[in-house]
Ligand binder design. Structure first.
Ligand code: HEM
Length: 143
C-alpha cells in the first residue's frame, strides 16, 4: 500500500494540478496522443481535429481532458482507501470496454503521469515515486 507520507505527497502536489486543471489535462492528453496517435480514433467528437497544435483549442478535446482530470482528482482524494479508489477505476474501465478501449490504454495513460507531474507540475522525485506505487496498487482493479 501507500504510506501516509506518499499519500500526502500526491495529494499536496495535486493542488497544483487542480489550480490549472484544464491546462494540465490538455497537456497530458497531448502527450498521450502524440505517443499513441492512432488512439484519436476512439474519440469521434474531436478526431477530425487531428493530433497537432490545433487540438488544444478544440472544445470537445478540452471537455474530455477536464472530465478525465476531474475523475483523477476523485481518485487522488480517495487514496486513503485504495480499495475504494480501485473500484472507481474499475467502473471506468468497464464503461470504456464497449468503446474498444482496454486496460492497455489506461495503463499507457497512467504510465505517463508520474514523470509528467515531475516535469510540469512541480512534483518531486518522492511524489513521482509515490504515484508509481499508487498506480501499481490500482492496476489489479483494472484487469
Ligand atoms: C469517457 C475517465 C482513459 C477514451 C470517459 C469518462 C470518464 C473517463 C470519467 C466519462 C464517463 C464514462 O464514459 O465513463 C478516464 C480515465 C482514464 C481514461 C480516468 C485513465 C486513467 C481513456 C483512454 C481513452 C479514453 C486512454 C482512449 C484512448 C474515452 C472515450 C470516452 C471516455 C472515447 C467517451 C468520450 C465521449 O464521446 O464523450 N473517460 N478515461 N479514456 N473516455 Fe476515458
Amino acid at each position: 500500500g501507500l504510506t501516509t507520507a506518499q499519500r500526502a505527497a500526491i495529494q499536496n502536489n495535486w493542488a497544483t494540478v487542480s489550480a490549472n486543471m484544464q491546462e494540465f489535462g490538455d497537456a497530458l492528453f497531448m502527450r498521450y496522443l502524440l505517443a499513441n496517435p492512432g488512439d484519436i480514433q476512439f474519440f469521434p467528437k474531436f478526431q477530425s481535429a487531428g493530433v497537432g497544435a490545433q487540438l488544444r483549442s478544440n472544445e470537445a478535446f478540452q471537455e474530455q481532458t477536464l472530465t478525465v482530470f476531474q475523475f483523477l482528482g476523485q481518485i487522488v482524494a480517495k487514496l486513503g482507501d485504495l480499495d475504494a479508489a480501485g473500484k472507481m477505476l474499475q467502473e471506468r474501465v468497464r464503461s470504456h470496454k464497449p468503446r474498444g478501449i482496454t486496460m492497455a490504454q489506461f495503463e499507457r495513460l497512467l504510465d505517463l503521469l508520474p514523470r509528467f507531474l515531475q516535469e510540469n507540475a512541480g512534483a518531486n522525485g518522492p511524489c513521482a515515486d509515490a504515484w508509481r506505487v499508487a498506480i501499481a496498487n490500482l492496476m489489479p482493479y483494472m484487469r
